[in-house]
Design a binder for this molecule. Structure first.
Ligand code: DGI
Ligand code: FE
Ligand code: FE
Ligand code: FE
Length: 184
């Protein structure tokens, strides 16, 4: 699917504010791909699709994740974690994406995981540092992403853990593994 069509189809599925975030993630992902030698087209495609399931009703998300057997075991955790896996299913089935790396980048963009590919790291990072993110500490994460993708993943991952523990949210095993793995 051409970017233009893909963009229109993603726009159709999201409220305007969320779609604007998706476009900023795509711009950020292309910059990071350039900086760290990743495939720019794959980065843009994965970024455009990363939140494609974000506006779907919770029960629809649950059904999609259940149907594929919940391989990442997200259903026992907060429903915020369901849109990545569901988005990967939709990217494959409805957008015809077959590239396993793009699908993994969409699937794991919220939690991260151990052993991420360059593209997965890039989408995980771009989602957190796109220019619309203004949370305390965002600028520090952008700074890390100026010189090293691995340093950026570690910083984003540490930020996530601190935030989640701060609000007493349950931490998904992949979120924790992402952090531990990025220390190595
Ligand atoms: O979809 P976005 O808002 O662009 O960002 P996201 O998909 O990275 O994160 C969605 C939410 O998921 C965010 O509020 C943080 C939360 N989250 C990330 N990891 C975990 C988590 N929530 C829980 N409960 N556990 C996690 O491990
Ligand atoms: Fe997301
Ligand atoms: Fe994220
Ligand atoms: Fe996002």
């Amino acid at each position: 699917m051409a970017f233009r069509l893909l963009k229109d189809e993603v726009a159709r599925r999201l409220p305007a504010g969320r779609f604007a975030h998706v476009l900023r993630v795509a711009e950020t992902a292309v910059i990071l791909a350039d900086r760290f030698g990743e495939d720019k087209e794959k980065a843009e495609t994965a970024a455009l699709l990363h939140d494609v399931a974000k506006a779907m009703p919770k029960e629809e998300l649950r059904q999609i994740v259940e149907e594929e057997g919940d391989p990442a075991r997200v259903l026992g955790y907060h429903h915020e974690l369901w849109h990545g896996p569901a988005g990967a299913v939709i990217s494959h089935k409805e957008f015809g994406i077959t590239d396993a790396d793009i699908l993994a980048a969409v699937r794991f963009h919220t939690t991260g995981r151990a052993g991420m590919s360059g593209l997965e790291k890039l989408i995980f990072t771009a989602d957190m540092i796109e220019p619309g993110r203004t949370f305390p500490g965002a600028e520090k994460l952008r700074e890390e992403a100026r010189h090293s993708l691995d340093a950026a993943v570690l910083a984003c991952s540490a930020h996530n853990l601190q935030y989640l523990a701060g609000v007493r949210a349950a931490i998904h095993p992949d979120t924790l593994r992402c952090y531990n793995d990025s220390l190595l």
